[in-house]
Every structure is written in structure tokens, then in C-alpha cells.
Design a protein around this ligand. Sequence first.
Ligand code: NAD
Length: 256
Amino acid sequence: MGKLDGRVVLVTGSARGQGEQEARLFREEGAEVVVADVLDEQGRALAEEIGALYVHLDVGVEEEWVAAVREAKRAYGRLDGLVNNAGILRFNALVDTPLDEFMQVVRVNQVGCFLGIRTAAPELSDGGTIVNTASYTGLTGMAAVGAYAATKHAVLGLTRVAALELAPRRIRVNAVCPGAVDTAMSNPSRLEPDADAEETTRALDSLYRKLVPLGRIGRADEVARLALFLTSDDSSYITGQPFVIDGGWLAGVSVI
Ligand code: NAD
């Protein structure tokens, strides 16, 4: 028996990274999965490999959300879960951040999450789930990622309000708050075909050894396991909460 048998779950930004691991794990646990992304070639290849449906979805575009949810229901007859995972990161000091860049990050991370909740919730089965992807920076500050941190704080606000508003239909809404995770976002060398992924992971592990109590960068499959917990009945009495998965980074600092 899989933890998601009989359920249909749409995962945004799932052509690669954490979303990809979520799509793979949810399939292994018996769900029908809708892989949604703007990276059509990668998304289609993944969907084909794992036996999922691929839909092109730019999470910032209202009409594409409507089409994606319609497509999911046409293919599988129902929708039980949504993982708002798509996100982008830009580095800049706040005083140097052009408005266009700020709005670009808001459009994907914040508007994307809002549109996902607004479009999918009315179509979700009663008892369904929404998992929003916030961040460690949704709960604390980090220099040079002001636009990103602002949107991730907003994702937690959306999570709490949606949890309250959707509880009468037993739809649970929670958020994952990853620290640094070894995907293209924190490890851009993953996008270089010739880079040695294991070597760059080792380099990142040694960098994070100084920052993170558990002494390494997180892995995408670890976040996927948390998303599975929040999408399955294992978390049946939990809603409206942020779940930090950061190797202890947010716990505090050590002075010795
Ligand atoms: P990633 O860059 O590998 O994956 C992001 C995915 O989102 C990609 O597949 C990308 O194509 C997709 N995407 C980007 N813009 C989109 C859009 N407009 N519409 C649809 N899809 C779009 O990085 P990741 O680490 O897998 O990121 C997943 C989520 O986790 C993001 O929300 C990110 O902010 C969050 N996060 C990542 C880290 C980290 O260190 N990697 C830490 C905390 C939170």
C-alpha cells in the first residue's frame, strides 16, 4: 500500500530539483502526478519516465493555471493535492534591487502560490492538501536575498489564511521551509553538463559544515519526504504550519 494510493497531486516546478523528487516519490507512493513547469523538455521527459502527466504551467499566469487544473481533472477525474513548489531566487542588496527584479520574484514565488491556491482549492476534493514551498528565509532574514525573503514570508501568510479558510472542507494547508538544498538554485553547477555533481556537493557540504549544525547541505529527496508527510494522512491533524527542514540552521548560533 502506498501512502498516496488513489490520490491525484499536481506539483509545480517539478521538471527538476525538489519538485522532481516530490513527483518521483509521490508516484512511488501510488499517486497520479501532474508534473507542471516551464521547462517543457525536461518536464515531459520526467513525466514519461515515471508515468505522469506533463502540463506547461507558468505559475504567474492565471489562464495557464486554469488550463493546468482542467487538464489534470480531464486526465484523472479528480484533484486531491497541490504542491506549490516553483520558485526563483535573485541575489541583490535591497538598495540595489531594480523594481523589475523584485516584481519578477514576487510574480513567481508569491503570485504563483496565490494563483495556485485560488485556482486549485475550489477543484480539490474535500480532505485534500496543499503544500506551499516557503524557505528558511520565510522565517528569518538573510542579506542579499531581500526580494526572495519577502516572498517567502508572504507564502507563510498565504498558508495560514488558506488553512483557516479551507478547513471547513478539511483541506489542509501547510508549508515546507527548507534551508540550503543541493539543487540548481543553491548549486548552479548542477546546470553545467560537464560539472562533477558529487564534487560540487562535497564542496557545498564543507561550506555548510560551518553554518549548519548537522554539517552539510540538504538533499532534495529529504524535502520530498517532508512534502509526502504533509500530503498524506500521516499529517491528518496538522494544518496552517511552517515546517523547517534546515539541518538545524535556524536553531541558533554556536559561540564555541
Ligand atoms: P530549482 O531551481 O532546481 O527548481 C525550481 C523549479 O521551478 C524549476 O524546475 C523551474 O523551471 C521552476 N520554475 C521557475 N519559474 C517557474 C514558473 N514561472 N512557473 C513554473 N515553474 C517555474 O530549485 P529548487 O531548490 O528545486 O526549488 C524548489 C523550491 O524550493 C523553490 O520554491 C525554492 O524557492 C525553494 N527553496 C529552495 C532552496 C534551495 O536551497 N534549493 C531553499 C529553500 C527553498
